[in-house]
Design a protein around this ligand. Structure first.
Ligand SMILES: [Zn+2]
Length: 378
């Protein structure tokens, strides 16, 4: 049976958790899914083959960075992002909004868009909904994002202003979008305020995007505030479309997010930790592999992990690579950290399909509490 692009089929549900399939022009996403971040059209230190070997299905790339360098026009000229970075699977690009609000200098926001100085060369740049869509159309990802404004989650007046602009900008993005082989997702904002989140989720749901994202979380709020917002948004957003929780990706966030109806996650954390010599275990422990205690440690990073790194290399060897400043250290740690999250999302998917996600989640939090890792819990 042929499924038109951007069909979302829910295969199984357990309470609020869902296992589904999202069809894109470059393949099917089996959800829940975790997406590595390739900011500059490269998941740092890994080849596409290595990404495939750890079962990566979706890769994220950053509009802001690629627009500034090498330029979206150049990428279009060279055949689009899939060809340029040699990734034949699904790609998602963000709108550039988050980076403008977190990286760019001298930003000035008006109702029409944002003027800012490039963090690279200080040049004056302008990003607005129309420009963001045009850049994302040049890049050619399968999933593209509406241009939104992410505010300080606690500053109520600013959160309201940013939310109102985000809604107006979402409509402008829909109006100027031209490519039918790209799914444009809307983004819910509203900080930690339940009334705003309700309003924003209703507004975005009414615009009937083929998928919806929850933005402005994991930006300084508590875990319990994040969970309250996720539960609220989950009740409002349409069930039959994928939900993407932006920029969230620790093991416990995956279990907590999926149990609150989230299907897609991305985060720089696993590759960032890898570059800081840190391994992440399935239950959220962090090992700083450079520590002297690992000098003679013949164990793998994580005893229970079946990734290429853990099957073949000891902590002592990886520590040696780090101290010798060998690039392979970042590669081996990135393989392990990404595998941990991708495989966790996959195992959760299997547990939902088998009808035992409850047991899976209970056991996960039980082990975390035995390891004395849990604070937010379930
Ligand atoms: Zn591993």
């Amino acid at each position: 049976m042929i499924n038109p692009p951007f069909t979302f089929k829910i295969e199984a549900r357990q309470d609020r958790a869902r296992a589904g399939k999202f069809y894109t022009p470059h393949g099917v996403l089996n959800t829940p899914v975790f997406a590595p971040v390739g900011t500059q059209a490269s998941v740092k230190s890994l080849t596409p083959d290595q990404l495939t070997n750890i079962n990566t299905s979706l890769v994220l790339a950053n509009t802001y960075h690629l627009h500034l360098h090498p330029g979206d026009e150049l990428i279009k000229e060279l055949g689009g992002l899939h060809r340029f970075m040699y990734w034949s699977g699904p790609i998602l690009t963000d709108s550039g909004g988050f980076q403008v609000f977190s990286l760019a200098k001298n930003r000035h926001i008006d109702n029409d868009g944002v003027t800012f100085r490039s963090h690279i060369d200080g040049s004056t740049q302008r990003l607005d909904p129309e420009k963001s869509i045009s850049i994302q159309e040049n890049l050619g990802a399968d999933i593209i994002m509406a241009f939104d404004e992410c505010s300080d989650p606690y500053d109520k007046e600013y959160v309201r202003e940013a939310m109102v602009r985000t809604h107006a900008w979402a409509e402008r993005c829909l109006q100027v979008k031209t490519r039918s082989d790209q799914a444009l997702f809307g983004i819910v904002q509203g900080g930690i305020f339940e009334d705003f989140r309700q309003e924003s989720a209703e507004h975005i749901a009414d615009l009937e995007f083929p998928g919806n994202a929850i933005g402005g979380l994991s930006v300084g709020e508590t875990k319990s505030e994040m969970h309250t917002i996720l539960e609220l948004v989950d009740r409002v957003l349409p069930e039959n479309k994928p939900r993407y929780l932006m920029g969230v990706g620790t093991p416990e966030d995956l279990v907590n997010g999926i149990s609150r109806g989230v299907d897609i996650f991305d985060c720089v954390l696993p590759t960032r930790l890898a570059r800081h010599n840190t391994a992440m275990t399935r239950y959220g422990q962090r090992l700083n592999v450079v520590n002297a205690q690992y000098t003679r440690d013949a164990q793998p990073l994580d005893q229970q992990c079946d990734c290429y790194t853990c099957q073949n290399f000891s902590r002592a060897y990886i520590r040696h690579l780090i101290i010798s400043k060998e690039m392979l250290a970042a590669t081996l740690l990135s393989i392990h950290n990404l595998h941990t999250l991708i495989n966790l999302a996959h195992d959760i998917r299997l547990s939902i399909l088998a009808g035992n996600f409850d047991d899976f989640a209970n056991r996960f939090f039980q082990i975390r509490s035995e390891l004395e890792l849990d604070q937010g819990g379930n």
